[in-house]
Design a protein around this ligand. Structure first.
Ligand SMILES: C[S@@+](CC[C@H](N)C(=O)[O-])C[C@H]1O[C@@H](n2cnc3c(N)ncnc32)[C@H](O)[C@@H]1O
Length: 208
């Protein structure tokens, strides 16, 4: 394992450049390709610890922008003034209430790099991923402004098809993207969702 990590160029690069995780480069690649985040934006980052997305987003939104992160685990403090990291479970968080603490009703972009603890038992893992995805969609419905963008990490699971359908119902354009910084052995892929629709049509539950 140690040898594998030492050989990983993105891990080494993250260490050298002061990023807390190699995930920073996944988000940078997505942004280089899709150009979704702008100076002055407000971005909500779900599953933010240890904080490499926050570090990247802080630079993207600039000093007039705001980055709000949330994670079930603590996020070690970061020096950038435009970042607030909150320790909480997204399944139990009142997002409209949280945004009102920042005098906001909606954000420009939501990023989600949440990784649930997987058991290796397909049915159990699919059910857990499904529960989390349903919560994340609720956050998108409640906290993302019309026209806003959404980037979510997904894994190849039994719920991939309904996940795509739910996203296509809510966004003008949905693309799948696997950054070079994502390990080739990993089944992870990012859904990049552009332009939240004002009317999403009938809401449905994700089912397997
Ligand atoms: C891959 S890490 C995120 C890395 C982060 N994007 C970065 O760049 O530093 C996934 C995170 O999802 C968080 N997570 C898992 N379930 C969660 C939940 N229900 N609510 C909030 N965060 C959760 C984990 O605690 C973990 O920190």
């Amino acid at each position: 394992m140690a040898r594998f990590i030492l050989k990983d160029p993105f891990y080494r690069k993250a260490k050298q450049e002061g990023f807390r995780a190699r995930s920073a480069y996944k988000l940078k690649e997505i942004e280089d390709r899709f150009h979704l985040v702008h100076k002055g934006d407000v971005v909500l980052d779900l599953g933010c610890s240890p904080g490499s997305f926050l570090q990247v987003l802080s630079g993207m939104v600039g000093e007039k922008g705001t980055v709000i992160g949330i994670d079930i685990l603590p996020t070690p403090p970061l020096p950038m003034k435009n970042i607030t990291a909150i320790e909480a479970d997204i399944r139990e968080t009142d997002f409209p209430g949280l945004l009102s603490r920042f005098s906001l009703t909606a954000v420009d972009t939501i990023t989600c790099d949440i990784a649930p603890n997987l058991s290796g038992i397909r049915e159990v893992d699919d059910a857990h991923i499904q529960e989390l995805f349903t919560c994340v969609l609720k956050v998108v419905d409640e906290a993302l402004k019309p026209g806003g963008h959404f980037i979510i990490k997904s894994f190849s699971t039994g719920i991939q098809k309904p996940v795509t359908a739910e996203l296509q119902m809510r966004f003008r354009k949905v693309s799948q993207y696997k950054p070079a910084a994502s390990r080739s052995v990993s089944s992870e892929v990012f859904f990049v969702c552009v332009g939240k629709k004002t009317v999403t049509g009938p809401k449905s539950q994700v089912s397997g």
